[in-house]
Write a protein that binds this ligand. Structure first.
Ligand SMILES: *[C@@H]1O[C@H](CO)[C@@H](O)[C@H](O)[C@H]1NC(C)=O
Ligand SMILES: *[C@@H]1O[C@H](CO)[C@@H](O)[C@H](O)[C@H]1NC(C)=O
Ligand SMILES: *[C@@H]1O[C@H](CO)[C@@H](O)[C@H](O)[C@H]1NC(C)=O
Ligand SMILES: *[C@@H]1O[C@H](CO)[C@@H](O)[C@H](O)[C@H]1NC(C)=O
Ligand SMILES: *[C@@H]1O[C@H](CO)[C@@H](O)[C@H](O)[C@H]1NC(C)=O
Ligand SMILES: *[C@@H]1O[C@H](CO)[C@@H](O)[C@H](O)[C@H]1NC(C)=O
Length: 477
C-alpha cells in the first residue's frame, strides 16, 4: 500500500508540468572584450543561429554533458549568460519537476526567449531571470526532454536519488566546460516536484563539499509551489479544494474523518479513496493548476475532461497537462519547435538529420520510479543549520500544490518566526503576503497559479532579485 501511496503521489507529480513552444530569426552576439571571454569563444556549445530568436546582446549555450560514459547517459542543458555583467552575477540552476526545464522554465516562464503562439518566432521576455543571474536550465533525469541514455536498464533505476546523482555529475562536468563559473555563488531554484529535487541536490552538494577540490559555492535554494511533505501536501490539497468551493462540506467531512495521510495505508480505506476521487473528479472540470482561468475548449484533441482520471488509473495513458493562465490552448508549439531539424541543429542536439524526439513530459519514466522522499523537511533543517538561505513561494490560486499544503509543511518545521505575516508590495500593489523565519522566507503571490512567473512575471523577477540579495521583500508601497 505504501507503494500505491507513492505511486499515486508520483502520478500527481507527473502531471505537474505541461505547455508548449515555437520558431525563428537572426541574432547578434556582443563582441568579446577580454581574454576570459576569448576562451569561451572556443566553447563549441555556443548557440549562434537559433531559428526565430530575437536579437540579444548576451550569449547562450546549449548541448549535452555526458554524465556516464560507459552507459552513454547524457543530460541536455541550455545556459543563458546574464544580460549584463555576467562576470559579477551568480549562477542559478533551474529545475522543473518531472517535465522539461527547457519546455517550461526556459521557454514558458523565466527564460529570455518565450514561445509565441502567433508566428514563427520566439518572443523576448523582458522579465527574464537572466537579468539578475546566469541561468542554467537542465533537462533531468534521462528520458526527459532531450536528455537520453543508451542503456535501457537505467530507466529501471530512475528515482530521486538517481536524479540527484546525475544532476550532481552534470554540474561537476559542466564546470569543466565553463571554468569561469567554478567558484561563482550558486543557487538552485525550481517548482512543483522540484520541491523534492532541489533540496535533494542541495544536500548532495553540501555533503560532497567537504572535498575542496570539487567544492560548489552553494548559497541557497528557492522553490515555488513545491511538493514538500506528502501528508501535509495531501491535507492541503483537500482542504484547499473544500475552502475554495470545489467540493462539498459532506465530501470534505468524509475525507477528514477517514483519511490518514500519515499512514502507509491511506488508500486502503474505501471511504477515503472515494472522497479523494471526488476531489479529483471536480478538479478535472477546471484547471487544478489555476482555479480561476479558463480551460482550453478550442481543440477537441486536447481532452481536458478525463485526464485526471486517466492519470490515476493507467500510467501509460497519462496525458501532459495544459498549464492554465498563460494561454491554455497553447499546447503544441514547444513540441513542433523543438522537433524542427534547424532548431535541433542550432541547439547542438542533433545533426539536423538524425533527429531526437522531444516531448515536454515523459510520463512513462514515473512508472518504475524507484524512490521518492515522503518529506524533505529534514533536509530543510540540515541546510538551514548549515547556513543556507531557503525561500519558498506559493501562487495562491494553485489547487495542485496549494498554499495550504506549503503552510502545513512549513508549520511542521516549527521554525522561530522572525518577521510576522505581512503584505509585500510590487508597483504599489499587494503582490502577496510573507513571513520570515530563522533561515527561511515564505511568500505568497496573490492571484497566481502553479507556475507563478507565467502569471506574475514582473513581481516574480522582483522576488528573485530579493532572494539573491538576501533582502526582505518590500513591506511598504
Ligand atoms: C548515487 O551515488 C552514490 C555515491 O556515488 C552511490 O553510492 C549510489 O549507488 C548512487 N545511487 C543511484 C541510484 O544512482
Ligand atoms: C577556485 O577557488 C579555488 C580556491 O580559492 C582556487 O584554488 C581555484 O583556482 C579557483 N578556480 C577557478 C577556476 O577560478
Ligand atoms: C576529492 O575529489 C577529487 C576529484 O574528484 C578526487 O580525486 C579526490 O579523491 C577527492 N578527495 C577525497 C578526500 O574524497
Ligand atoms: C473526452 O473525454 C470524454 C470522457 O473521458 C470522452 O467521453 C470523450 O469521447 C473524449 N473526447 C475526445 C475527443 O477524445
Ligand atoms: C515521439 O514520441 C511521441 C511520444 O512519446 C510518440 O507519440 C511519437 O510517435 C514519437 N515520434 C517519433 C518520430 O518517434
Ligand atoms: C521516455 O521514457 C522511457 C522510459 O520510461 C524511454 O524508454 C523513452 O525513450 C523516453 N522517451 C523519450 C522521448 O525520451
Amino acid at each position: 500500500m505504501r507503494a500505491l501511496f507513492i505511486f499515486l503521489s508520483l502520478v500527481l507529480i507527473a502531471i505537474l508540468f505541461c505547455i508548449e513552444p515555437l520558431e525563428g530569426s537572426r541574432h547578434k552576439v556582443r563582441p568579446y572584450n577580454n581574454d576570459k571571454e576569448e576562451k569561451l569563444l572556443e566553447n563549441n556549445h555556443l548557440v549562434t543561429n537559433l531559428p526565430g530568436q530575437p536579437e540579444v546582446d548576451f550569449r547562450h549555450y546549449a548541448g549535452y554533458i555526458t554524465v556516464d560514459e560507459k552507459k552513454e547517459r547524457a543530460l541536455f542543458y541550455w545556459f543563458y549568460e546574464a544580460s549584463s555583467h555576467p562576470d559579477e552575477k551568480p549562477l542559478v540552476l533551474w529545475l522543473n519537476g518531472g517535465c522539461s526545464s527547457v519546455g517550461y522554465g526556459a521557454t514558458q516562464e523565466i527564460g529570455p526567449f518565450l514561445v509565441d503562439a502567433d508566428g514563427g518566432a520566439l518572443k523576448f521576455n523582458p522579465f527574464a531571470w537572466n537579468k539578475e543571474a546566469n541561468m542554467l536550465f537542465l533537462e533531468s533525469p534521462v528520458g526527459v526532454g532531450f536528455s537520453y541514455t543508451h542503456t535501457t536498464s537505467d530507466f529501471d533505476n530512475l528515482g530521486d536519488v538517481f536524479t540527484a546523482n546525475d544532476s550532481y555529475e552534470f554540474l561537476q562536468k559542466w564546470f569543466l566546460k565553463f571554468p569561469t563559473y567554478r567558484n561563482r555563488s550558486f543557487y538552485i531554484a525550481g517548482e512543483s516536484y522540484a520541491g523534492k529535487y532541489v533540496p535533494e541536490l542541495a544536500e548532495l552538494i553540501h555533503d560532497r563539499n567537504y572535498n575542496s577540490s570539487i567544492y560548489i559555492d552553494l548559497k541557497g535554494i528557492l522553490m515555488g509551489n513545491p511538493e514538500t511533505s506528502d501528508p501535509d501536501d495531501w491535507r492541503g490539497l483537500v482542504d484547499y479544494a473544500w475552502s475554495h468551493a470545489v467540493v462539498s462540506d459532506e465530501t470534505h467531512k468524509i475525507i477528514r474523518e477517514t483519511c490518514d495521510f500519515n499512514s502507509d495505508n491511506t488508500w486502503n480505506n474505501p471511504d477515503c479513496s472515494q472522497g479523494v476521487d471526488e476531489v479529483l473528479k471536480q478538479y478535472k472540470e477546471i484547471d487544478i493548476y489555476s482555479l480561476y482561468t479558463a480551460v482550453c475548449m478550442a481543440k477537441s484533441t486536447k481532452n481536458n475532461s478525463g485526464s485526471m482520471e486517466v492519470m490515476f488509473k493507467a500510467s501509460s495513458k497519462m496525458m501532459p497537462r495544459i498549464m492554465g493562465g498563460y494561454d491554455p490552448c497553447l499546447d503544441d508549439y514547444a513540441r513542433s519547435y523543438y522537433n524542427r531539424p534547424d532548431v535541433q541543429k542550432a541547439l547542438h542536439v542533433s545533426d539536423g538529420v538524425q533527429l531526437k524526439n522531444w516531448s515536454i513530459c515523459n510520463f512513462t519514466i514515473f512508472s518504475n520510479w524507484a524512490d521518492s522522499k515522503p518529506s524533505v523537511l529534514p533536509i530543510y533543517k540540515k541546510l538551514i543549520s548549515a547556513g543556507l538561505r531557503i525561500w519558498v513561494y506559493s501562487g495562491d490560486t494553485d489547487g495542485r500544490v496549494p498554499v495550504l499544503s506549503t503552510r502545513y509543511s512549513l508549520n511542521a518545521l516549527g521554525l522561530p518566526i522572525t518577521k510576522p505575516w505581512r503584505p509585500w508590495y510590487h508597483e504599489k500593489q499587494v503582490s502577496g503576503w510573507y513571513q520570515e523565519y530563522t533561515g527561511l522566507t515564505f511568500a505568497t503571490f496573490r492571484g497566481a497559479g502553479h507556475a507563478v512567473p507565467i502569471f506574475k512575471p514582473s513581481s516574480s523577477l522582483a522576488l528573485f532579485t530579493h532572494f539573491l540579495e538576501a533582502e526582505s521583500l518590500p513591506s511598504a508601497r
